[in-house]
Structures are given as structure tokens and as C-alpha cells.
Design a protein around this ligand. Structure first.
Ligand code: NI
Length: 149
């Protein structure tokens, strides 16, 4: 993405609204059908302000830990994913200024999860085939129940 224009700003506003309405902590542009390298996040921590990140790149990774993840693209189910504990991400903010975030804990996990979306991957793709199958069948059951079938 070369140019941050009004269209991008409106998209970011819409994405924040969608994320908050769904009580999520992150949302990436591909999740709303827009193939741009962009995500928004708010982990509801006073130490980590809400942010939109454009053209994000992870430049450092260290450690490894397993923790539960869920996703607004596959609502109602959760799976344990192993990821680096700490990462450093670089990108641009909405004013086109470079940002660099050194993150661990939930923030690092959220950024990596959203980066996966930007790259066209879901967290369930990182599970073993059996776990993924179980999770998807539970997800489909929930969807059928929600539809009253
Ligand atoms: Ni997600």
C-alpha cells in the first residue's frame, strides 16, 4: 500500500467499529474482504493504545509459548497455538509515520494472529489436522444451531 487516503481512513474506522461490535481485540483487512496489508487492534490494556497498522512486518522473534486463540472469522471456538513469546513489528500508522512495537504477552500474540490474516492464514491452519477438524466440526455445529437447524 503506497498511499494512505480517505478511503483507507474510512476502512480503518469501519474496521474498528466491526471489531468493537464483535468484542474482538484485532481485525485485519482481508477479514472484511479487502486485500490490503492492514490491521487494527485494541487489547484493552492502558499500556497498549488502540492502533491501525499499515504494511506490518515482523522483524524479530524470540521464545515460544502456547496459548488459546479465537478469531472473529471462526467465532465461538478456540484453539491452542504455539507462537514466539516476543516480537518486534514495524509498519506505518495512519499518518504514514513509521512505528516500531516491541511486544510480548497478549499484544505479541494479537499482532502475530493479525499478521497471519494479512498473509492469508488463519490460526486454525496452525493446528494439527485432527485438532483443526474437531474445531471446524464444532464451529459448523454452532453455526447450524444458530441458524435453528
Ligand atoms: Ni482472527
Amino acid at each position: 500500500m503506497q498511499h494512505i487516503d480517505g478511503e483507507i481512513r474510512r476502512l480503518v474506522e469501519d474496521m474498528f467499529e466491526t471489531m468493537y461490535a464483535a468484542e474482538g481485540i484485532g481485525l485485519a483487512a482481508p477479514q472484511v474482504g479487502v486485500s490490503k496489508r492492514l490491521f487494527v487492534m485494541d487489547i484493552r490494556d492502558p499500556e497498549a493504545e488502540p492502533r491501525a497498522v499499515i504494511n506490518p512486518v515482523i522483524v524479530e522473534r524470540s521464545g515460544s509459548e502456547r496459548s488459546d486463540e479465537g478469531c472473529l472469522s471462526v467465532p465461538g471456538v478456540y484453539g491452542v497455538v504455539e507462537r514466539p513469546t516476543r516480537i518486534v513489528m514495524e509498519g506505518l500508522d495512519l499518518d504514514g509515520k513509521p512505528i516500531r512495537i516491541d511486544a510480548s504477552g497478549l499484544l505479541a500474540r494479537c499482532i502475530q494472529h493479525e499478521m497471519d490474516h494479512v498473509d492469508g492464514t488463519l490460526y486454525i491452519d496452525r493446528l494439527s489436522p485432527i485438532k483443526r477438524k474437531m474445531l471446524l466440526s464444532k464451529f459448523k455445529k454452532l453455526q447450524r444451531e444458530a441458524a435453528g437447524r
